[in-house]
Design a protein around this ligand. Sequence first.
Ligand code: UFG
Length: 323
Amino acid sequence: MRIFVTGGAGYIGSICVEQMLNAGHQITVFDNFSEGHRAAIDPRAWLEEGDLLDAQRLKDALAASQSDAVMHFAANALVGESMVNPTKYFRNNVTGGMHLLEAMVSCGVKKIVFSSTCATFGTPERVPIDETLPQKPINPYGESKLIFEQMLRWYDVIHGIKHVALRYFNAAGATERFGEDHRIETHLIPNILKVALGQKESVSIFGTDYPTPDGTCIRDYIHILDLAQAHMLALGSKESAKYNLGTGGGTSVREVIAACEKVTGRPIRVVEEPRRPGDPARLIAASDRIHAELGWKPQFESIDAIISSAWAWHLKHPTGYGD
Ligand code: UFG
């Protein structure tokens, strides 16, 4: 298939692009490089540089690509930042997303796979989180993704655009060539690995008084290759659907730090700090629906294997993409 990938220079987008190219698809990457890196774009992909907020440019790029489907990764995705600057999140994730849907209508593209998030659920009534639980975001990031999910429904009803929204839990890990490099790193695993590399003195633990066994937040870390596999299965799905995507396992912040010490063989200095605003205590996925309907199953279920792949990439690329 010919696929138009927004955000294909970002962490998750770049690795999905690599995997889709390996599977024989033709890819056009649309990216404004606000977060992504030129060196993260697989050279086999075609690049259209542009911004989702520039509706005409976006429409022209989509038309030129003659794509059969869109994969929409481009977004701002930091919970903490969204609590300080909600406008950035609604502008880029909602208005930018709307431009993409308009462009799809005008070019007659009838399929979209959307990077949604477990943050649309807020603090869930129970874990694991399945698709029947109410979505009540507790930060503007999650709200912006939920609004786009709701827009998708109407573009299906009115314009017949079929969607698959994948609500990722915590994406982690790397392939040999591509990995996680944010200009401002807020994510737990890369921040711990920076300590192991000697680039940071210590890692902060945000909150040690959560109602969890060791007092730190629990997350469901899913390997990026398992995410990529879900995207490829989603491309083949005929009906619109929304799926939660995680391994079903939960790992606390302290457990992630211990696993990083084990994998790297290096001590990690920690500093305990107050809670970070907008963080729910426990987020774990129930992914039975995507397993039943698309046959998806994660290959990487151990946190050690996920961290090992990230560590191998960081050792090879100690300054990330170097830009
Ligand atoms: N954390 C620390 N220290 C750090 C960084 C994070 O203790 O230096 C804690 C956080 O408080 C959280 C856990 O580690 O409890 C994981 O934090 P991340 O920032 O790595 O990821 P999030 O859980 O915040 O992930 C959320 C959503 C995802 C979304 C992602 C985007 O759950 O769906 O933000 O940034 F994609």
